[in-house]
Design a binder for this molecule. Structure first.
Ligand code: ASP
Length: 314
């Protein structure tokens, strides 16, 4: 292999991508959460990324993830090139492959954040890229930075990431946030997961088989388990993953967190949700101090600053 190609191959092999939770062993999770805390506390010794450029390439809608990644890059001192609707506003509309788009964009920026409707798209992008790639959601696959900000929130509010009983509720088949969160929680000892979903929306076997020693209960009933939880993590039924509006309608509203449910949730516990919510948490619950979902969104900024700082350090 000519030396320039060999050097390019060596450089590509050392890139720090974040495409699935597999790339997040416990020591790295802890390092990233500490770094995120440093950003939140405004610690001075953290790296500035002046002059570095990030591309955000979104083939699916987003509010929190895109804005928080872009805010994170600006706060690090860098700048952002954004395709907020890459399906229509990039050459994908002309039939260009994801791989070609990523090869080209790699030549302009220092890192790429991508959201795409296909499972595995971020990993494919990472294969084609010559800069780090971060997965901001690949269909019903994974959303690793959401899981990191969820852990950040839990650690900040409950003071630990082990010995927790966490209820993951709703569309566990299609919900990428809960798929990633289950795997990250399984990195810490003595956690118990209570998976609450209708039978048709159960957590995939690929995740269940990867949970190792973590205790798992599966149930269709929310009410009886609420009083046993440290974290109640509610999710949206993922309408866009169903084959028809009728199929979605069968599940809409299946679990709703109401003031009655909150009366059963222990005093010390948290109610979390990755948002957007579309009816599965009654707004009357918002003023309850245990309702952590808006604090959770703010934590996305610190967690994503930490992730960008880490990938740009490569
Ligand atoms: N915002 C989260 C995601 O992109 C959760 C959701 O859409 O329900 O996966």
């Amino acid at each position: 292999m000519p030396e320039t190609l060999a050097a390019a191959a060596r450089a590509a092999a050392t890139l720090r991508h974040l495409t699935t939770p597999v790339e997040l062993p416990r020591h790295l999770i802890e390092e990233l959460l500490d770094r995120a805390l440093g950003f939140e506390l405004g610690e001075a010794d953290l790296q500035r990324r002046d002059g570095r450029l990030l591309a955000t390439l979104f083939y699916e809608p987003s509010t929190r993830t895109r804005f928080s990644f872009e805010a994170a890059m600006h706060r690090l001192g860098g700048q952002v090139l954004s395709a907020e609707n890459a399906v229509k506003a990039s050459s994908a509309a002309k039939g260009e492959s994801l791989e070609d788009a990523i090869r080209v964009i790699s030549g302009y920026v220092d890192a790429i954040v991508i959201r795409h409707p296909e499972i595995g798209a971020a990993a494919r992008a990472a294969q084609a890229a010559t800069v780090p790639v971060v997965n901001a959601g690949d269909g019903a696959g994974h959303h690793p930075t959401q899981a990191l900000l969820d852990l950040y929130t839990i650690r900040k509010e409950l003071g630990r990431l082990d010995r927790l009983r966490v209820g993951l509720v709703g569309d566990l088949r299609n919900g990428r946030t809960v798929r990633s969160l289950a795997l990250l929680l399984s990195r810490f000892p003595q956690n118990e997961l209570v998976l609450v979903s209708p039978p048709g929306l159960r957590m995939g076997d690929d995740i269940l088989e990867a949970l190792g020693e973590t205790a798992v209960d599966q149930t269709g009933e929310l009410d009886p388990v609420v009083c046993t939880l440290d974290v109640l993590y509610q999710t949206r039924i993922q309408a866009e993953r169903f084959e028809s509006a009728e199929a979605y309608e069968r599940y809409r509203g299946v679990y709703v967190v109401t003031p009655d449910i909150m009366r059963c949730l222990p005093e010390h516990a948290l109610l979390m949700h990755p948002l957007p919510r579309v009816g599965e948490i009654d707004p009357q619950v918002d003023s309850d101090p245990r309702a952590a979902y808006f604090r959770q969104t703010r934590n996305g900024l610190w967690a994503r600053m930490a992730v960008l700082d880490w990938v740009l350090g490569s």
